[in-house]
Design a protein around this ligand. Structure first.
Ligand SMILES: [Zn+2]
Ligand SMILES: [Zn+2]
Length: 166
């Protein structure tokens, strides 16, 4: 485990982690252009709200992945309450990543982007299936899933609606 304070991005550390010179120079430019965010090297690409971008180990789409995480940071994403909200954020972060990619001359592999989004769609689909009857459930803002067939909530919802309109 590398101590937290030593994980900040530097040219030397990125080279030690196996990154090519060209990619390292791209990181240097990117980190310089976004001094408001904190860039660290870590085990996988991630965004930690409110401002930490984790640069994972080298892989074929490292540049696109880091732009995606910067996309989350630029969009000020703060975590999510519903899984549908998560998919929306992933889409937004990719849209932002594509804009940044043209600015930095990074090639956008649309198949890769779609495969990343598909993994969220599959996950969302799996999460939303009712384990009892298989019907697609919906999620309320408190993150709870509800099956329209298995849960009898209509009378209480009706009640809530009335109180909202007081
Ligand atoms: Zn993401
Ligand atoms: Zn059900």
């Amino acid at each position: 485990m590398i101590p937290r304070s030593n994980r900040g991005f530097t040219r030397e550390k990125a080279i030690q982690n196996g990154y090519d010179k060209g990619v390292v120079e791209f990181f240097v430019r990117l980190t310089g252009d976004f001094p408001e965010f904190q860039f660290v090297l870590g085990a996988k690409f991630a965004f930690r709200p409110p401002r930490t971008v984790v640069i994972g180990p080298p892989e074929p789409f490292s540049q696109l992945l880091v732009l995606h995480e910067v996309g989350h940071a630029v969009c000020k994403h703060k975590g999510f309450k519903t899984h549908v909200g998560r998919l929306k954020m992933e889409n937004q972060a990719w849209e932002e990543a594509k804009k940044l990619a043209s600015r930095y001359g990074v090639e956008v592999d649309e198949d890769f982007v779609q495969s990343q989004l598909d993994s969220y769609r599959d996950w969302l689909h799996q999460k939303s299936r009712c384990p009892v009857c298989g019907l697609t459930r919906f999620q309320t803002p408190d993150s709870q899933y509800h099956c329209p067939r298995c849960e009898e909530f209509i009378s209480s919802q009706d009640h809530d609606e009335k109180s909202d309109h007081l």
